[in-house]
Ligand binder design. Sequence first.
Ligand code: C6P
Length: 415
Amino acid sequence: MTGLLQTEAFDVEKVRADFPILKRKVHGKRLVYLDNAATTQKPQAVIDALVDYYSRYNSNVHRSVHTLGEEATAAYEASRERVAKFVGGEPREAVFVRGTTEATNLVRYAWGEKHIAKGDLLVSTRMEHHSNIVPWQLLARSRGATLKFVELTPDGHLDMGSLEELLRESPRLVAFTHCSNVLGTINDATAICAKAHAAGAVTVVDGAQSVPHFPVDLASIGADFYAFSGHKMLGPTGIGVLMGKKQLLQDMDPFEGGGEMIREVFDDHSTWNDVPYKFEAGTVNIADAIGLGAAVDYLTALGMDNVRKHEVRLLDYARDVLSGVKGLQVYGPEDSQQRSGLVAFNYADVHPHDLATILDEEGVAIRSGHHCAQLLMRCLDVPATSRASFHVYNSYDDIDALKQGIMKAGAIFKV
Ligand code: C6P
């Protein structure tokens, strides 16, 4: 197929024009950016929001009564409202953090150190990114708790039998990803949260690969904590969100001590500000929070249902195109409806880093490696995979370029 994809969802050519970086060339070739699960590109509207803040109303927030201070505070808080609404949550339950990793670590410290006791059980899964494993290992170690993992089925789903078995041991915490960054598997977060809550556990859901790709409604999912990163959803790096149930956030200890997270400070103790400010110590990442608000506006204008529709079309096309490549093994569920817009694969004996290097020479950017999911790599019995991941500006042409690059690697390595 030639020409850019025109889905019934939106006009990809028009979307691409909003992303200045897509005009650049790499090794003299058109940039084909297929590393969106690592980080997405930024539309002009997000770049403009950052420049506008720094050039017109740069100031600290929640402190100064001067005009710039008031404007910066209003923009920062308006962004919180837009981001919370985007995922069906309340602004008071939205804590700005650096990203998903900081969010899970915040829960580990501020909730875990207070509520987890010796002998407690924590549950994670074998399809997690390290940021939803390592904090729980650290918590288990510091509190004398045990960490166990939900097993996977051969077709790349969570094994519900394994989850049920662990739930019978009454875990205090169940941490799982809404969507795998390697398999693409979309987990039924609503059902898992309901089961975990019935077993008495607190739930932590990693939304890093879900919020950017399909509609998420926290009111129906019911997670206690839900984390995501701005930079994977067309926003700036260094900003993300921890959504937490108000009651839990209020009951938690602070994460960091410092300015603005306090109400009063005495010689020997302090009292805390309301949530979410209790968790936003010091000068916060104002510009990037405002930039994230602009990214949310951009995605909202496209419509998350349309974003999802677009990615399913790309997934179907990728499956058809890549199924003809001899020696290519794709991981994760076959049905595009059960997976998000990414494809992890191995190609015969070609090392993923070699493949990624050859693709780069063609202007095609993919990721290769363990994708910070080493427990999953062990389940797949491979040290690494290649991964092509999509977003709103990708087209059928991009997938054709991916296939051509793979065929070039095949010719070099005599597959
Ligand atoms: N995955 C990838 O290439 P941070 O780095 O904090 O913004 O996000 C961490 C994270 C958490 N959960 C999932 C499911 C993720 O995919 C990621 C980040 C990138 O797959 C970089 S390792």
